[in-house]
Design a protein around this ligand. Structure first.
Ligand SMILES: [Zn+2]
Ligand SMILES: [Zn+2]
Length: 229
């Protein structure tokens, strides 16, 4: 498997930088877009809030994503999640790191004190106990020189699919899915690391908990943003 580390995962061209995973040409084909710094919706220029999230404010403050959930990014994520291509963690984490650096400039985010991976949810196809978000979060923590804490949130049950449930049932469904290990947190700024962000309802439930514990700045970092069409 090692030979893959030196070649572009998409075009198989030999790479000059070891372990980067993607050549610059393929990296440019990822659908990056200008988004609202809070909810991640597409906007015409960089804004900290759009009309959407001013109307119904999420419990988190800022969002960072690599790009839209379209090929090739969606294919890389699917291979990582479902094809056991776990070596893609470094490639994806590096893309997310670059997105975080961009967001520092465009949305004035500050590097948080810790990163927290979101426990398994839509990863039901993956064997239990293995969390891809954790792999990504660990790389980011190392590169940013901050701790990665996975013990704050525990997943206590599999969530039945959210589709077809009304808003109240959906909330109930989520509330019972997580157990928050600590009732205290000594950090003022955190980043929750997730994979694909669609409605953000899971993240919002988790962010609400940390908000109630008094965390001042809550960021959500996702590999991709998917939209309902
Ligand atoms: Zn390539
Ligand atoms: Zn917004």
């Amino acid at each position: 498997m090692n030979f893959l580390a030196f070649r572009c995962i998409l075009c198989h061209q030999i790479l000059s930088i070891q372990n980067a995973g993607l050549c610059s040409k393929c990296s440019r084909t990822i659908e990056r877009y200008t988004y609202c710094g809070c909810c991640g919706m597409p906007t015409s220029n960089y804004v900290l809030h759009c009309g959407c999230c001013l109307n119904s404010r999420p419990y988190w403050d800022q969002m960072v994503v690599i790009g839209r959930y379209t090929p090739p990014l969606s294919e890389i994520i699917k291979n990582f999640k479902f094809q056991h291509q776990f070596w893609l963690d470094k490639t994806l984490a590096r893309l997310l790191l670059l997105a975080v650096i961009d967001a520092k400039r465009q949305h004035f985010i500050r590097i948080p004190e810790i990163v927290i991976p979101v426990p398994l949810h839509h990863f039901r196809q993956w064997k239990r106990g293995y969390n891809q978000s954790h792999l990504i979060a660990k790389h980011l923590a190392k590169w940013l020189n901050i701790p990665c804490h996975s013990q704050f949130i525990q997943r206590i049950k599999r969530t039945p699919p959210q589709l077809g449930l009304n808003a109240k049932a959906r909330k109930q469904n989520l509330r019972q899915a997580f157990k928050f290990a600590n009732q205290r947190i000594n950090y003022r700024s955190i980043a929750l690391v997730d994979d694909v962000i669609t409605t953000g309802s899971t993240l919002n439930e988790i962010a609400k908990h940390f908000r109630q514990l008094g965390v001042e700045n809550i960021q959500v970092w996702g590999l991709a943003r998917a939209f309902h069409t």
